[in-house]
Design a protein around this ligand. Structure first.
Ligand code: FES
Length: 69
């Protein structure tokens, strides 16, 4: 994916958000905590939500969550 600026307020790029997603921040709140994106005006939150949803949709299922007791 091409690197672009997602959060203008905090100068956070798509590459930084993807790195945070890969490091385990798989919610919008997690991305906010890890990168600071979306913590000022909030205009970028829709794009961050979309990136989080896409990441989680494409993520391989955790084998530990296979069983629901
Ligand atoms: S553009 Fe991300 S908080 Fe303003």
């Amino acid at each position: 994916m091409k690197k672009k600026l997602v959060c203008l307020c905090n100068m956070v790029t798509s590459a930084e958000i993807e790195a945070a997603l890969s490091a385990g921040a798989c919610t919008t709140e997690g991305i906010q905590n890890k990168t600071g994106a979306g913590t000022n005006c909030g205009k970028c939150l829709v794009e961050i939500d979309t990136m989080v949803d896409e990441f989680n949709r494409n993520r391989k299922p955790d084998p530990q969550q296979k069983f629901d007791f």
